[in-house]
Design a protein around this ligand. Structure first.
Ligand SMILES: NC(=O)c1ccc[n+]([C@@H]2O[C@H](COP(=O)([O-])OP(=O)(O)OC[C@H]3O[C@@H](n4cnc5c(N)ncnc54)[C@H](OP(=O)(O)O)[C@@H]3O)[C@@H](O)[C@H]2O)c1
Length: 272
């Protein structure tokens, strides 16, 4: 007999702030045993520690750290691949080392962690893997090319692998948030050169993005969507949540791609 949701063990990456923190809290409230990660959990202030969450160190840029984290967590029924870096910069100026780090953290790290927990899920006949992507993974925006590409890659891994695991009661899904007020703007990596020909337009895009984030929905609403996805008998391939995502995805469904691309970029001050 499969255990009810409340007895499941969950692992949430990036549980030290924002969406991951809110999701860890929601999972504890739902009766799960919850592991949450941060790069330095011992240094986490008391006010971001959720009572009932067991904190583990995890740096997704480091495969050895990922293996240690999976071993420390043990059997996991629900994995929320939430941790990520928000990288921005003109395509022409993205340094190879920064690109590699981004893809290690946002894509390859999440893939390796999933590979480490999926065999146990498959053998036990139950599992949920939630990728926290981004609306920008489906609707790309100028000066966010590396971030958009990383989130599209993450979603595509999950979407393609769904059919491999569904027969075992294991479902992979992606939640794509729009603008969420988590303070992520202050933690973005900016990769624009000083004096760059793109600098003025880049600054315009980022200031509009930051304004949208500040006016975005709270992380708890994304956490509620993640909980619905986890509880669904057959989670959908993708869930969009918050920050203009309904209108944006409606545009994507109904308009030619070239029109959607122009409207989206113009909203952020990029004309072409
Ligand atoms: N906020 C938004 O508007 C928005 C919109 C769309 C998608 N998203 C996505 O949602 C996810 C959460 O975003 P958020 O807004 O909650 O961001 P956040 O508050 O900045 O949280 C990011 C989390 O990722 C962890 N992290 C960063 N680098 C890491 C690394 N190298 N290894 C392991 N963990 C790392 C951080 O933990 P430590 O620093 O403690 O290690 C932190 O807990 C991200 O994947 C983001 O791309 C956010």
């Amino acid at each position: 007999m499969t255990a009810p949701h409340r007895q499941r063990t969950a692992l949430v990456t990036g549980a030290s702030s924002g969406i991951g923190l809110a999701t860890a809290r929601a999972l504890v409230a739902g009766g799960h045993t919850v592991y949450g990660t941060g790069r330095n959990p011992d240094g986490m202030p008391d006010d971001v520690r959720v009572p009932g969450v067991y904190y583990l160190p995890l740096d997704l840029a480091d495969p050895a750290s990922i293996e240690r984290c999976a071993a420390q967590a043990g059997p996991v029924d629900v994995l929320v691949n939430n941790a990520g870096e928000s990288q921005s910069g003109p395509f022409e100026e993205l340094p190879p080392d920064d690109l590699e780090r981004l893809f290690r953290i946002n894509v390859l790290g999440a893939v390796l962690l999933s590979q480490l927990v999926l065999p146990g899920m498959r053998e036990r006949g139950y599992g949920r893997v939630v990728m926290v992507g981004s609306m920008l993974g489906s609707l790309p925006l100028a000066y966010r090319s590396s971030y958009c590409a990383s989130k599209a890659a993450l979603r595509t891994f999950a979407s393609a692998a769904r059919a491999e695991f569904a027969p075992y009661g294991v479902w992979l899904t992606t939640v794509e948030p729009g603008s969420i007020n988590t303070g992520i703007s202050g933690r973005r990596t900016h990769l624009v050169r000083s004096g760059s020909v793109f600098e003025e337009q880049y600054r315009r895009v980022i200031s509009r993005l930051d304004a949208r984030e500040a006016a975005g929905i709270p992380a708890e609403e994304v956490a509620a969507q993640i909980m619905d996805a986890i509880r669904a008998r057959r989670p959908r391939p993708m869930y969009a949540v918050g920050g203009g995502s309904r209108v944006a995805f409606a545009m994507k469904r109904t308009l030619p791609e070239s029109v959607t691309e122009r409207i989206l970029n113009r909203q952020f001050g990029v004309r072409f």
